[in-house]
Write a protein that binds this ligand. Sequence first.
Ligand SMILES: *Cc1c(COP(=O)(O)O)cnc(C)c1O
Length: 445
Amino acid sequence: MTIDFSALPSGLVKDLQAARPVFWANPQRSEDPALQTVVDGRSISLADVRAAQARFDRFALLLAQLFPELKESAGHIESALLPAPAMQRSLGLPSSAGALWIKADHGLPVAGSIKARGGIHEVLEFAESLALEHGLVTLDGDYTALAGPAARALFGQYQVAVGSTGNLGLSIGVMASALGFRAAVHMSADAKAWKKARLRARGVEVVEHTGDYASAVAAGRREADADPHSYFVDDERSLSLMLGYSAAALHLQRQFNAAGVRVDAAHPLFVYLPCGVGGAPAGIAFGLRQLYGPHVHALFAEPVQSPCFLAEMLSHGASVYDFGLTNRTEADGLAVPQASELAAEAMRALLGGVYTVADDTLFVDLYRLREAEGLQIEPSAAAGFSGPGMLTGTDAGRTYLKQHGLDRTMARATHLVWTTGGLFVPQEEYARFAERGAALATSGR
Ligand SMILES: *Cc1c(COP(=O)(O)O)cnc(C)c1O
């Protein structure tokens, strides 16, 4: 498509096109505490967030049975909330600017990434609808019955398919095959070899496509549409995915309460969310907004070559290619050329802003995190860490703080960086990431 560049801030567009890091504040962000969010003509609210959580709860006993790693959490797929004072020092963020915390989704069991939330939720919702329809369970019944022969026979008649850069395929493929579905994951040819191998080891069919993520999705969708027993998880337009992610807000609120972290007018919350197609960060931002109103400021982080969400917010329907960018990045979870329209619609009045990150910075921050906090993440998951610096250290970021009257409350602010993946990255591969970051860090980048 052609973009009317004259309607956009010229400095921002210049930096964006040159793949320099930018901070963009959303001029349409609403402060309304009763803000209504409408997607696809449907109004969504806290009740939908709670419904997604209730679905996870109904399946918990079954999941504890299917996945030994969920025994300890009684079938709940959740991650830690961690204070990160050493990383805060490493980033040079002064305590006068608030406190740094990490939401450690890089350690989420079963899927090893944030996709455990949305992807698994959608598979569970599909399985539940089939089981209810066939009278195998009732909503208040015992879902461990779904491990029995009748349910396995039913699920075995269906295929669950998805297009994925890797992590979504991992979460959906693993859960679908554990429940007894046939599972097919359509991947772009450049998806990481270990992700394909891990899926194949679980009996998931991996279909490789030349071309980028969007074309893998399109091919998967076409194939599934032709088969009435195939259910396609559509990352670009799925509300179930988004609501699965949104349930994270409820657990986080309990963790904040337990840790004594407050979120209110005097204690703003900044959440830094790595963004690919936008479903995960939008779901979480939506969930948090339902709990904390305008006191939560959601900031999406994207690679300088793949800022699809920013492209969409600047010009509806635009892709990163329309800005002359390549969509080439080592952050494979974020290598998406075009944002989800559903996520963009949900975020129009809710999003604080978007900033972009150079790949080198991802590796440096990945390395720093290991040195400072002993945490191992993948490159995509490092995108949040440059957020506090972009917010407090750029003109556009400081303008955002001033406009929202936040410059006076920063000492009491919480900066929550969402680390979105890493658990299953093979050690040799992680070692290469960290070495690359170490070399860049010591060369005084
Ligand atoms: C998928 C993914 C994201 C972003 O999720 P989207 O829904 O694509 O925006 C972030 N980090 C990692 C590691 C991911 O796999």
